[in-house]
Design a protein around this ligand. Structure first.
Ligand SMILES: *Cc1c(COP(=O)(O)O)cnc(C)c1O
Length: 397
């Protein structure tokens, strides 16, 4: 017991009273479309394992072989003695994959984003973020000490007006401006209008940073991500972040860009410097995954088939879909309690769909976040439709 326990208890009770208390479903199997949660088998539409690589035996084998050879622990931070040859190879391969001079590997996407945004700008600079950016990008902006502003979702006109205001107040041309956006938005599934954002950046001498956690591996040629899909080069988007916890099916993240930027981050990014390196076996597993991703056109085709099939089926049920053509297919509900009701109704039918509530999404925009995988069969999607139809009959939807 600490003297703060009463305060913590009260906060938890309030959160429970608001219907916003969250549970951790207990996963008793490997990740995939068919999992065991709290001891029961369930059909899952809730993970970010878009290509079914999280439980892939070839990637597990690469990890096991590397663990045998190199052990498990990184043992030190990169700048001390934790930078392993497997990390270096992964960075070289990621640089080639993204067509950039260099890449830098992190243990998680949260840390990569914290490092990038908080290190590339500082006091006297401006950082401009989409309202719906991932929490890690927002936190990086707050930590940076730069003037932090959020523009309307995917709205280059709103960005422009924020930048204008900043420039008026800060005529000093040495102040840097960083514009930060998700590539594919994690809770809405829509894709950033990178062309328009990049036009604003060009005229305003701002630098555009894209976090493509949900695009890499999934969209673009050979899974090269949102930039490839939208024909955006490094000139348009100098700062590219990718993560391994989603389509790659492993864990960790990277930043790719010019040698100057990566060298700078290596020296100055505190979330990079003051942490133990990712286990080398994980770097080895991710290298295997990077190869598989590039050869996974068949999986991407199946995923796209599933996206189309899902949207058609949801349309027939008159469900409120969002403007997404990616693997993230939210159904907008509104009230948190209603989203929970649909989610539990589905769970009773052996179907797992996440109910996403504030503070993860804005107030009154609670939603079901359905994520599709290449490994879902048409029969599985039909089961989901049956479940949603029942939730509808019961007036939960
Ligand atoms: C998941 C996610 C992250 C965080 O990555 P982790 O490796 O899970 O820490 C960052 N950005 C976006 C957009 C994400 O969806």
């Amino acid at each position: 017991m600490s003297q703060f326990d009463n305060y913590w208890r009260a906060q938890l009770e309030q959160r429970a009273g608001d219907g916003l208390l969250r549970q951790r479903p207990l996963l008793g199997s490997k990740q995939g479309v068919q999992v065991v949660i709290n001891g029961d088998p369930i059909l899952s539409f809730a993970s970010n394992d878009y290509l079914g690589f999280a439980g892939d035996a070839r990637i597990a084998k690469a990890a096991a072989v590397a663990a045998e050879t190199h052990g498990v622990g990184g043992g030190a931070s990169h700048l001390v003695v934790g930078h392993h040859i497997e990390h270096q190879r992964l960075e070289d391969e990621l640089a080639a994959f993204t067509g950039r001079q260099k890449a830098l590997v992190f243990s998680s996407g949260y840390m990569a984003n914290l490092a990038v945004v908080s290190t590339l700008v500082g006091a006297g600079d401006g950082v401009f973020e989409d309202k719906l950016n991932h929490a890690s990008l927002i936190d990086g902006g707050l930590l940076s000490g730069a003037r932090f502003q959020r523009y309307l979702h995917n709205d280059a006109v709103s960005l422009q007006s924020h930048v204008d205001r900043f420039s008026k107040r800060n005529p000093d041309t040495s102040s840097r401006k960083l514009v930060v956006t998700d590539g594919v938005f994690s809770m809405d599934g829509d894709i950033a209008d990178l062309a328009s954002l990049s036009t604003v950046c060009n005229t305003e001498r701002a630098v555009l940073a894209v976090d493509d956690a949900h695009g890499l591996g999934v969209v673009g040629r050979q899974g090269r991500g949102t930039l490839d899909l939208l024909n955006m080069s490094e000139e348009h988007v100098p700062v590219l972040v990718g993560t391994f916890g989603k389509a790659f099916g492993t864990a960790g993240a990277f930043v790719a860009g010019s040698a100057a930027m990566i060298d700078y981050l290596e020296q100055f990014a505190r979330p990079y410097i003051y942490t133990t390196s990712m286990p080398p076996m994980l770097a080895a597993a991710t290298r295997r995954s990077l190869k598989l991703i590039q050869e996974a056109d068949d999986r991407r085709e199946r995923l796209n088939r599933n996206i189309e099939y899902f949207r058609d089926g949801a349309d027939s049920l008159s469900l409120k879909l969002m403007a997404s053509n990616t693997a993230i297919q939210p159904i907008m509900i509104g009230e948190s309690a209603s989203a929970m009701s649909v989610s539990s109704c589905l769970k009773e039918q052996g179907i797992l769909v996440g109910a996403i509530r504030p503070p993860t999404v804005p107030k009154n925009t609670a939603r079901l976040r359905i994520t599709l995988s290449s490994e879902h069969s048409i029969e599985m999607l039909d089961r989901l439709f049956d479940g949603l139809a029942i939730a509808k009959q019961e007036n939960y939807l």
